[in-house]
Design a protein around this ligand. Structure first.
Ligand SMILES: [Fe+2]
Ligand SMILES: [Fe+2]
Length: 301
C-alpha cells in the first residue's frame, strides 16, 4: 500500500524586494497582480497548516505540481528550494514546475535548476535526450510517478503551457512500458491535461495530443494544479478509466471565485490482482484554522 499526497500552486510569499530593473519585463504585470490582490489570497499560515496536516497523515510520497513562485525573481528560487527541503527529502517529494516558475527566462542553475533533485527519478527513460530533465520516472513499490513539464515562457497576460513533441513522444512510450510492467501509473503535470479544462489564455496548447495519448495508452491517475480548484474528470481507455484530479492552491484562503486550500491523498493498493485507490480530500476551514476531510471515496468501487 502506498499513501500519496498531492498539493499544488503554493505561490510562496511574501514577494521579495524586486528593485526596478527586474520589473522591466513581463514581471511587472505579475508584480502588480500580487500587490493588488494575490498577496491577500496566498497566506503562509494556510500553507503551514496544510503541510502539518500532510505530515500527521503519514504519507510515503508527496507530489507538488508547480507554481512555487510568482514572478520568477532570482530571490524566489532559493527560497522555494528551502521550502521544498523543509517538506521532505528529494526522494520523498516529486515536483513538476508551473507557468509561474517559468514566468520570465532565468539561468537554469539559478532558477528551476535549484529544485532539480526533486525533479528526478531513478528509472531510465529510453530515448530521452542527454541533459534533459523531463519526463522523469520514480518507482515507489508498484506505483510509478511520471513527471513532465508544461512550464513555458509566455507573453504577458498568458498562462498557457505546452509539453512539446519530444515529451509527448517519450510519455507515450513510457506509459506503454510501465503498463506492460504492471505499474499503477501516476502522471504529474501542472496544467489540466484535457482540451477545454482551462480557458485558451491558460490552457495546455497540446492538450488534444495528450488526451489522445492518455486515451490510447491509459494511465491510472493524472494529478495537476493551475486552475486553483477541485477538479475530477474521467477519461475512458482500453486499460480502464483515467482519473484526472486537480487541487486548489495549497496556500489559498477562500475567495468569491476560488475555494480554500486543499490537498488530496491517494491510498493505492493491489488486492487479488486488482487495483484499489481511496481518495481523501482535505480542505482548510477558516474558522477552525485547520484542515478537515471534505470527501472520501473509492475510485474502483
Ligand atoms: Fe497557480
Ligand atoms: Fe499555473
Amino acid at each position: 500500500m502506498l499513501h500519496l499526497a498531492h498539493l499544488s500552486d503554493p505561490h510562496l510569499g511574501p514577494m521579495p524586494a524586486a528593485g526596478f530593473g527586474p520589473l522591466l519585463s513581463k514581471r511587472i504585470t505579475g508584480y502588480l497582480s500580487w500587490k493588488l490582490n494575490r498577496h491577500n489570497v496566498h497566506q503562509p499560515h494556510v500553507l503551514e497548516a496544510l503541510l502539518a496536516d500532510i505530515k500527521s497523515a503519514g504519507v510515503h510520497q508527496i507530489a507538488v505540481t508547480g507554481d512555487l513562485v510568482n514572478i520568477a525573481l532570482p530571490a524566489e528560487f532559493p527560497r522555494a528550494q528551502k521550502w521544498l527541503e523543509g517538506i521532505g527529502s528529494p526522494a520523498d517529494v516529486a515536483l513538476v514546475p508551473g507557468n509561474h516558475d517559468a514566468y520570465v527566462p532565468i539561468i537554469w542553475k539559478l532558477g528551476q535548476g535549484l529544485w532539480q533533485p526533486f525533479m528526478s527519478g531513478e528509472a531510465a527513460v529510453p530515448g530521452k535526450p542527454e541533459g534533459t530533465i523531463f519526463p522523469y520516472i520514480r518507482l515507489r513499490r508498484n506505483v510509478a510517478l511520471i513527471g513532465v513539464s508544461s512550464a513555458i515562457e509566455t507573453f504577458p497576460f498568458q498562462a498557457s503551457g505546452a509539453l512539446g513533441a519530444t515529451q509527448l513522444d517519450l510519455l507515450d512510450q513510457t506509459l506503454k512500458r510501465l503498463r506492460d510492467q504492471g505499474f499503477f501509473r501516476v502522471l504529474l503535470i501542472h496544467h489540466p491535461p484535457l482540451p477545454g479544462q482551462a480557458t485558451t489564455r491558460k490552457a495546455l496548447k497540446d492538450a488534444s495530443q495528450l488526451e489522445e495519448i492518455l486515451k490510447t495508452q491509459g494511465a491510472e491517475l493524472v494529478l495537476h494544479g493551475h486552475n486553483h480548484r477541485h477538479m475530477h474528470e474521467k477519461l475512458a481507455s482500453p486499460y480502464g478509466p483515467v482519473h484526472i484530479f486537480g487541487v486548489p492552491s495549497a496556500s489559498a484562503v477562500e475567495t468569491e471565485h476560488k475555494p480554500a486550500a486543499a490537498w488530496n491523498m491517494y491510498t493505492i493498493a493491489r488486492q487479488s490482482g486488482k487495483w484499489s485507490c481511496t481518495v481523501t480530500i482535505r480542505g482548510f476551514n477558516e474558522k477552525q484554522q485547520s484542515f478537515h476531510e471534505l470527501k472520501n471515496f473509492e475510485l474502483y468501487p
